[in-house]
Design a protein around this ligand. Structure first.
Ligand code: AOF
Ligand code: ZN
Length: 354
């Protein structure tokens, strides 16, 4: 969130306050599915009166959170003539909660500034005319790309029925994903693993193969800082040809407190599995599987984003690239590439070009 703080401080006008709304929106990532993460801020005469973000599906939208926040410190009358900045076009029909356009009109705002059009066909492009008819000025498309970025998982699920898929792997510099058993389980350093925990906290499901379960007995839970009362544990999804009964029932995934958050899929096309997860409300899925399954996802062009962690190790083996050497045909070009040093490790992330 630090990046948004400095962008906020360096900018002016509508963009300045949209960076603030974006900073708020990102606080909701991982909490809101099947709904989008949205942030809103109320401003009058250059002063922030209230701020909020959507916290959970079924709870108030960002706009109403910001209004409620403003009313804890200011009078109802002081909202008259204020501007509300929202990362997403305000909703205009009643869903689980009342329409935000109604709330905005009732509270006497004089201007609405939003970033992205709502990809939800129920609302897309509807708010402007409703607000304008009520005499409210509307400015749309402010920091549009940055606002669309935070919405991407929601937008993909609601428009395609498939969640946003993030592939994460930790590798040696020559592309091997596991260490010889004698050398211990971890390739990357503890700070890299902490980032993986943040990544897990931002998604709705974590997917592995049966082989990984048998070998590592993983928990795939959020622990420590990443875990919170508001944040549900992500679904833990296992793909196994031989089915649930073939996996050790005393392992964490089947015996811990969150065992009802474990799903096993047997012999189903990968896209069908992803569609079922979308139906359960998942906007995003994190792949933490091994090379073979990862390659199948890549070849089916189901991966949207990569998080590649490189440890400063060269194994010197024959095979390169997800441990599958020259048989790895799928090729993806990454956009929005960012690289970051984490101690001696390197994280490269990017979004797959379509
Ligand atoms: C949110 N949070 O801050 C905004 C949303 O079922 P509902 O009433 O919660 O409505 C969900 C829809 O509302 C959602 O699909 C999106 O189109 C719109 N805007 N949703 O959850 C928000 N502004
Ligand atoms: Zn709304």
């Amino acid at each position: 969130f630090q990046a948004f703080r400095s962008l906020f401080e360096q900018s002016s006008g509508d963009e300045k306050w949209m960076w603030r709304a974006l900073e708020l929106a990102w606080q909701g990532v991982g909490l809101t599915s099947p709904n989008p993460a949205v942030g809103a801020v109320i401003v009058k005469e250059g002063v922030e009166l209230g701020a909020g973000f959507h916290r959970k599906a079924g709870l108030p939208h960002a706009e109403r959170e910001a209004i409620a926040d403003a009313l804890t410190r200011h009078s109802l009358a002081s909202l008259k003539g204020a501007t509300i900045y929202v990362t997403l076009e305000p909703c205009s029909t009643r869903g689980k909660t009342p329409a935000c356009t109604d709330g905005i009109i009732e509270h006497g705002f004089s201007k609405v500034v939003y970033g992205a059009v709502d990809p939800n066909p129920d609302h897309a492009g509807v708010a402007d005319s409703i607000l304008k008819q009520a005499g409210i000025a509307v400015v749309s498309g402010v920091l549009k790309e940055a606002c669309e970025r935070v919405l991407r998982p929601f937008a993909k699920r609601i428009t395609t029925g498939v969640p946003w898929v993030i592939a994460k792997t930790a590798m040696s510099l020559d592309g091997r994903i596991t260490r010889p058993p004698s050398e211990g389980q971890w390739l990357t350093n503890p700070d890299s693993r902490a980032i993986v925990h943040q990544l897990r906290a931002s998604v709705d499901a974590i997917l592995v193969g049966g082989k990984t379960v048998r070998r590592d007995n993983p928990r795939l839970t959020l622990r420590g800082e990443a875990a919170s009362v508001e944040k549900p544990q992500p679904w833990r999804v296992v793909l196994s040809h031989s089915g649930r009964q073939s996996l050790p029932q005393d392992y964490h995934l089947f015996s811990d407190d969150f065992r009802d958050r474990t799903l096993v899929f047997e012999d189903e096309p990968l896209e069908a599995v992803l569609r079922k997860l979308a139906e359960k409300g998942c906007n995003s899925v994190l792949l933490e599987c091994g090379g073979r399954l990862m390659r199948q996802f890549a070849e089916a062009e189901l991966i949207d984003e990569y998080f590649l962690f490189y440890a400063p190790i060269i194994t010197g083996g024959e095979d390169f690239g997800f441990g599958l050497g020259q048989h790895f045909h799928a090729s993806a070009e990454l956009l929005e590439v960012q690289s970051q040093s984490i101690g001696q490790d390197t994280l490269i992330r990017g979004v797959v070009k379509r």
